[in-house]
Design a protein around this ligand. Structure first.
Ligand SMILES: [Zn+2]
Ligand SMILES: [Zn+2]
Length: 391
């Protein structure tokens, strides 16, 4: 046994699996080799794989021999369209593909947890559902998983993300708001183009675009409570091709980040009203399109305290995370069941989504024992620090 309590063979298996996944990153909804590999190693360990109507991702379960609750552990499995420059000996073998968000860590962590739980399956007073989720980065992977109905009967869900800023093995938790809802919008202004020298006989969609930018920026400051975090960012503008022509159309694209559902709706409504108002005053057509992204990650208080208590029992360092306006689709599970999403420090010199991002694999020595013990302690319904954790 090592200091972490994990058998040396387990750590070796884990390391070689991690290297394999890191070498073979695949984009959202294309995680075919990743899916095959996950299934193969689960089968090697005799772990029950459940039917999955999705093309990628894997569902499996452990336990169920004794009565008890059903809980879920989730890992995402997709990578990013980045050319890796980490210099790691086990760097990506797929050009322009990289596990730059640590999802290879998440899925290896879940596999290692599964192998250990399988060894004590007969003693588990409950069932663990393992979710290897496709498409976290884009394309609504968590929603797709929820729609399969696999979470029926699950009473709690736990998920983990690597944190490049925290020292290796430090656990980050946060009750309540952790990640914002991530929505996207498009605005198109259409009018009659014309000669730049004769604006009186044409429409000017560029002026309308300028008015929209200014008005949209006043939504957060004038229509939303200062106590509700929210962001409106316009990130993409296209119009015109040359200096002496008033163009026929202009396109704007941007994102809205928020936590509260009412605020989210308010911003969407105001953006639509601003589009229509500016179109009306300029005598042009305004079209507004809103694309819902992941809702906000709002962590269950009891489950978050539970993770913290189990981590402290192991003498792992625990810190409180700062909430972020960045998104994470773990929130889709939290729409239907209580859950908590927490972090493990991996001490990367570069941030996630950077081509030089790399995790310190020593973090497994914290994350795997923590995951195993979350399951065991949950099923025992046991008390830590003299308190019943799950009331
Ligand atoms: Zn990411
Ligand atoms: Zn990620």
């Amino acid at each position: 046994m090592t200091q972490s309590g994990l058998a040396k063979e387990t750590l070796q298996t884990l390391e070689s699996l991690f290297h394999w996944f890191h070498r073979h990153p695949e984009l959202a909804l294309n995680e075919f080799e990743t899916t095959k590999k996950i299934k193969a190693v689960l089968q090697e360990h005799d772990i029950d794989i459940l039917p999955n109507p999705l093309d990628t991702g894997v569902f499996a379960k452990i336990g169920g021999k004794n009565a008890g609750p059903l809980i879920a552990l989730r890992a995402d499995i997709d990578a990013l369209p980045i050319n890796e420059e980490s210099g790691l000996p086990y760097s990506s073998e797929n050009p322009d593909r990289m596990h730059a968000c640590g999802h290879d860590f998440h899925l290896t962590n879940l596999l290692a947890t599964a192998f250990e739980l399988k060894k004590i399956e007969g003693q588990l007073n409950g069932t663990v559902l393992l979710i290897f989720q496709p498409a976290e980065e884009v394309d609504h992977g968590a929603d797709r998983v929820v729609q399969t109905g696999i979470l029926k009967g699950v009473e709690a869900i736990f998920g983990l993300h690597v944190n490049d800023e925290l020292p290796t093995g430090v656990i980050g938790v946060k009750e309540g708001n952790l990640n914002a809802a991530v929505d996207r919008f498009f605005v198109t202004f259409k009018g009659k183009g014309g000669h730049a020298a004769h604006p009186e006989s044409a429409n000017d969609v560029i002026v309308a675009t300028g008015e929209f930018i200014v008005s949209a920026q006043s939504i957060v400051s004038r229509n939303v409570s200062p106590f509700e975090p929210s962001v409106v960012s316009i990130t993409h503008i296209e119009s015109g091709k040359t200096w002496n022509v008033l163009p026929n159309a202009a396109l704007l694209e941007g994102t809205v980040r928020s936590y509260d559902n009412a605020v989210r709706e308010k911003i969407k409504t105001r953006l639509r009203e601003v589009t229509n108002g500016i179109a009306a005053t300029n005598g042009i057509i305004g079209e507004f399109k809103w694309v819902d992204g992941a809702p906000a990650v709002v962590n269950d208080r009891h489950l978050t305290q539970f993770v913290e208590a189990v981590a402290r029992k192991h003498n792992f360092e625990v810190v409180e995370l700062e909430p972020s306006m960045g998104g994470e689709d773990f929130s889709s599970y939290q729409q239907i069941i209580p859950g908590t999403f927490f972090n493990v420090g991996v001490n990367s010199p570069y941030p996630v989504h950077n081509s030089k991002f790399k995790v310190d694999p020593k973090a497994f020595e914290t994350s795997v024992p923590l995951f195993i013990d979350l399951v065991k302690t949950y099923f025992e319904g046991s008390a830590v620090d003299g308190e019943t954790l799950l009331s």
